[in-house]
Write a protein that binds this ligand. Sequence first.
Ligand SMILES: [Zn+2]
Length: 307
Amino acid sequence: MSARGRSGLVVGVDLGGTKIEAVLAVRGPKGALEVLERTRVPTGGDDGYEGVLKRAEGVIRALAPGEEIATIPIGMGMPGGTMRRSGLVKNCNLVCLNGRPFRADLARALGREIGFENDANCFALAETVLGAAAPYREGLVFGVILGTGVGGGVVIHGEIWSGAQGIAGEWGHHAIRSDGALACYCGNTGCLELYASGPAVERDYRERSGQHLSLAEIAAKRSTDAHADAAIRGLVEAYARGVANLIDILDPGAIVLGGGVSNLDVLYEEGARRVAELVFNDELTTPILRNALGDSAGVLGAALMAR
Ligand SMILES: [Zn+2]
């Protein structure tokens, strides 16, 4: 039987800063997804808003052609959020979308509404239903993104909890420092993102050493370079404070890490030991997990919450 005409078809789209990735999948029992087709195009954010809108529409129409567009559930994950009252995009690193009614414009172009979520929420959902945190899906799972930025998503009983105002899981902008804290673009000071993102560690190293190195290079030089050691220790401390704070508040069944920074072994070893020291408990039983789905989590999460 061909893909077309099968029941349970869904489309998931991951609108990223550099590429738009989408899948056509079939929903199975317990949230299982069988991916039938996968497509990927450059986002082309430099072309501006209309171009991104057109490409997003094109990717969706390629997977749900003709009249299928009206009936197939569709979900899209994207960076940043949407202001509840105005429907305008905010805090999106695909900057041409900021202040624009992307969701409404895409709905008009497609002739229908689709599901929308922050990409960190899609990551958390996919890792909870299909990935590393699957054994914990009956409880609460916190998905952490440590990359160019720091974000997170909350999943309860296998469903995204986006919050009363849509800001649940915005973990990167809770302050972990006050005295002498750095100023954040969000308007606050001392935000976790300023100390635990990839660019933050690279900046810290540059200020200490005068050298530009990537995060991976800094981590690799740790045993032979005192500046690298100091920068990684700064990352570990910030990360551990952030994780201990979120465990104190939510006490999740599991925490799963994603994003480029999450590849560093130090977060699961020294980092986890430091979390145990800081958390409001005499032991740390919360599993801190590596993600299992890699780059596919975003698009799979979007397909899971398609409607
Ligand atoms: Zn901030």
